[in-house]
Design a binder for this molecule. Structure first.
Ligand code: HEM
Length: 319
């Protein structure tokens, strides 16, 4: 079985799905019927160079996918330092990171990159610190600032959003960002999630998953490119290629309080697996089929999968 199947973060512990504050400590391997995932915070896989290059194309076309409030400069440098360290510890053969005082040396052999720079020197890293981080990790990321007893989305690079827009949400409080999510506020999920994140201990990462579905292996389903991908959602239900075109889209989201700055770093890693590949693990096939069959209409509408989810469930449960 290919690694993208074995390490796929299959997110459903039950036949029915509902929102919850589904957080758990990071860095622990979660066994699944196909293998397991979750032993690392940042993950480099077979799509690394392809995804990094896709992100660069998106950013060149639409720079608003990277955003930073002026007061977040130290927070961004703190995130850069933390993430390069995390990459080097996780992939010591391919990457190394040394820091003495403010002097840093970063090597990324996957990109033939050998770079020395000083912390705080924005011109010392290609594109500035925000874009530079996003050129080294496969994950999208957001940085949240804690003030007035709330969390505010004040910086980030999100090129692979699942039907939302960083440019729209930047500068907004966490609770307002979750305003469009059905049921979540009324269930207390949003308030509890925020309190949980405020109480995180520095350097003690947690994680959660979120999911939706996407037509084709398209990472950029941001609000900004809606006209490019929305029509596929109407047509795919009747397409004989449905099992190859429809993908389960899972986000592994890490929540980290950066020790040096106290900002909350939110990493979003998107994994896509076609129904055809997912069905090679029979337990996943049956479970996801049930989840889709029983998914409440308001959740299906919100996720944008209402038009094809029954066709997907039929294929999974009857195949
Ligand atoms: C424990 C932490 C969190 C929980 C429990 C949580 C929960 C959720 C849920 C249930 C959804 C709906 C997803 C769906 O049905 O597909 C959602 C959407 C979303 N979440 Fe979170 N979330 C958390 C952390 C965060 C953080 C830190 C951010 C940072 C920016 C964030 C940004 C978003 C955005 C932008 C959406 C889409 C909203 C829209 O439709 O405009 N979430 N979240």
């Amino acid at each position: 079985m290919p690694e993208r199947v074995r390490r796929f973060p299959f997110p459903f512990p039950h036949d029915q799905y509902m929102y919850s504050v589904n957080v758990e400590p990071a860095r622990r391997l979660n066994p699944t019927a196909g293998g397991g995932w979750g032993d690392r915070v940042v993950e480099v896989d077979e799509f690394y160079l392809r995804d990094i290059s896709a992100r660069r194309v998106v950013l060149d076309r639409d720079p608003s996918r990277a955003a930073q409030m002026p007061h977040m400069r130290p927070g961004v440098w703190g995130a850069l330092h933390h993430l390069l360290g995390e990459l080097a510890t996780t992939y010591p053969e391919q990457m190394s990171y040394e820091r003495t005082g403010d002097r840093c040396h970063w090597v990324n052999r996957l990109q033939q990159l050998d770079l020395s720079f000083n912390v705080g020197d924005d011109k010392g890293v290609p594109g500035g610190p925000l874009r530079f981080v996003s050129s080294q990790i496969q994950e999208d990321f957001a940085l949240l600032d804690h003030r007035e007893d709330a969390l505010w989305l004040d910086a980030g690079v999100v090129t692979f959003a699942a039907d939302w827009s960083l440019g729209f949400d930047v500068g907004l409080p966490f609770r307002e960002i979750h305003g469009p999510v059905p049921r979540a506020a009324a269930m207390g999920v949003v308030e509890r999630a925020e309190q949980f994140m405020i109480n995180l201990q520095p350097g003690d990462p947690y994680r959660r998953t979120n999911w939706t579905m996407t037509v084709d292996r398209r990472l950029d389903t941001s609000t900004e490119t809606y006209p490019e991908w929305a029509q596929d959602r109407s047509l795919v239900g009747g397409d004989p290629a449905l099992p190859d075109r429809l993908h389960l889209r899972v986000e592994v989201q890490h929540l980290i309080k950066v020790p040096t700055t106290g900002s909350l770093l939110f990493l979003i890693r998107t994994h896509l697996l076609s129904l055809r590949e997912l069905a090679t693990v029979p337990a996943w096939r049956a479970r996801f089929g049930e989840v889709l069959r029983t998914l409440p209409d308001d959740l299906a509408q919100y996720k944008g999968i209402a038009r094809y989810k029954d066709a997907a469930a039929d294929w999974l449960l009857e195949g």
